[in-house]
Design a protein around this ligand. Structure first.
Ligand code: UDP
Ligand code: MG
Length: 195
């Protein structure tokens, strides 16, 4: 039997991006040795996201959604999606294609090597204005002075976690979680992929 990969995507007013994500994920898993389920977490959307999701889920039994009663924010949307994932591992990624699907095979290959958290680091974009690059570096520097958990600059909410980690994560009941910090702190065998 193939292993199941849960893809968890928080979505706030993403009517245009959702069909693109569905297509990209389908392409990524075409002829793959894995099965996948795609879970969208609709975070109090006010555009046509729900209509789009109803349409897509009716036509594809690998696609699911959770609908929030109001907007709760990205982190709680991610948390809900991970708590409902039924895969052998879960990959969280944004809906706006800032997290490239092309990296999914690499995340999976590191998982197969035995890593239980495979997180990603976005390389500094040299096109960004100097001011933005500096403020991003300062953000991580400041964060790291406040906490004993060392977060690398560019850490993204684009990561793979093993079923073991999902189960451990379900014990956290924070109402305002900061998942980048939490998954660095949680332990297990970790690997950082740069993109
Ligand atoms: N998102 C969400 N709830 C919000 C805001 C954003 O679920 O209140 C989702 C959004 O649809 C996207 C992801 O979280 O999939 C990241 O959002 P965004 O691209 O706005 O964040 P940024 O790229 O600035 O980190
Ligand atoms: Mg974005």
């Amino acid at each position: 039997m193939k292993k199941l990969v849960s893809i968890v995507v928080p979505a706030y007013n993403e009517e245009e991006n959702i069909p693109i994500v569905c297509k990209s994920i389908a392409r990524t898993f075409e002829n793959s040795s894995y099965d996948y389920e795609l879970i969208f977490v609709a975070d109090g959307c006010t555009d046509q996201t729900m209509t789009v999701l109803d349409c897509l889920t009716a036509a594809n039994e690998q696609i699911y959604y959770i609908e929030f009663s109001r907007n709760f924010g990205h982190q709680l949307a991610l948390k809900a999606g991970l708590e409902h994932a039924s895969g052998d591992c879960a990959i969280s990624m944004d809906c706006d294609m800032q997290h490239p699907c092309d990296l999914i095979p690499e995340l999976l290959s590191k998982w197969e090597e035995g890593y239980e958290v495979v997180y990603t680091l976005r390389k500094e974009d040299k096109q960004l204005p100097f001011r933005k690059r500096v403020s991003s570096r300062l953000y991580y520097k400041f964060l790291n002075t406040l906490s004993s958990v060392e977060l690398e600059c560019g850490t993204a909410d684009f990561r793979l976690i093993d079923r073991k980690v999902i189960e451990a994560f379900k014990n956290f009941q924070e109402t305002e979680p900061f998942l980048r910090g939490l998954f660095k702190w949680i332990g297990f065998k970790q690997f950082a992929l740069t993109y």
